[in-house]
Design a protein around this ligand. Structure first.
Ligand SMILES: [Zn+2]
Length: 247
């Protein structure tokens, strides 16, 4: 069946700018990546380009800038699979993270003792997906809680909605260091809403790091948080034993 899509349907704003009438496109437009005419096409550098290809090229052009924009702190801008010092007993952990980055789908949960490089591996996944053209976001949970005041007023409510939208909408979200702090009903509700946004999407892509396993998270907070992490979990990677800081 012939698909007819007018530019008017695909990008109404563009027509206005070009002051042109709708052009009927006989074939689905493709930008070379194989994705069939997704609704997010735009003319970019003179070519029809989907958002994933646009983001991919932007990230390839300046990965540090792209990571900063995703919220990655400066001291983690170099964290990648290449810069991970992979000791023998971490080989499987490392492979699990690479496997996930190669076919990102569902939630990968990295948990256990400190100083094994859980965050490093989480950010390595994020970096990889950023270079694949996914929209990515980094959320350091304790910092998120510090950034948002916990008194209920309209400003806090706006900020809360902003965070939920930012972290909920990203195609890939890294929630780093869940469980490092004392939970209050406010914090728990915020975290729950972010997790819920992610896991109720058609395509969930999320990495969660924590010092606690799911059972401990369930005991320390309410079951709402742990069930949201577990809901689309495809891989649990446990880090245990003595290890010195790698970085
Ligand atoms: Zn494309």
């Amino acid at each position: 069946m012939k698909t007819e899509k007018s530019v008017k349907e695909i990008m109404p704003g563009l027509l206005k700018r070009l002051k042109r009438k709708a052009i009927v496109v006989e074939e689905p437009i493709a930008c070379g990546c194989g994705r069939e005419a997704p609704p997010d096409y735009a003319i970019w550098k003179g070519k029809y380009t989907c958002s994933r290809c646009r983001r991919k090229r932007i990230a390839e052009g300046d990965i540090r800038k792209a990571l900063r924009r995703a919220g990655v702190p400066d001291d983690y801008l170099e964290a990648s699979f290449d810069t991970f010092q992979c000791f023998k007993d971490l080989q499987e952990h490392f492979s699990a993270c690479i496997r996930y980055a190669d076919g990102p789908s569902g939630t990968i949960f990295l948990y256990g003792d400190n100083d094994h490089g859980k965050s490093h591996l989480g950010i390595a996944i994020l970096r990889d997906l950023c270079l694949q053209g996914f929209s990515v976001a980094y959320c350091h949970v304790p910092r998120l809680f510090r950034e948002i005041s916990q008194s209920y007023d309209s400003k806090t409510a706006r900020k809360e909605r902003w965070f939920i939208e930012r972290y909920g909408r990203a195609e890939f979200l890294l929630l780093d260091d869940i469980g490092a702090e004392y939970m209050t009903p406010f914090k728990e509700s915020l975290l729950y809403q972010i997790l819920d946004e992610q896991v109720t999407k058609a395509e969930t892509r999320m990495a969660v790091t924590s010092n606690f396993d799911l059972e401990q998270i369930e005991k320390s907070y309410s079951g709402r948080i742990s069930t949201r992490i577990a809901r689309k979990m495809v891989e649990q990677v446990e880090f245990r034993g003595k290890r010195y800081r790698l970085r």
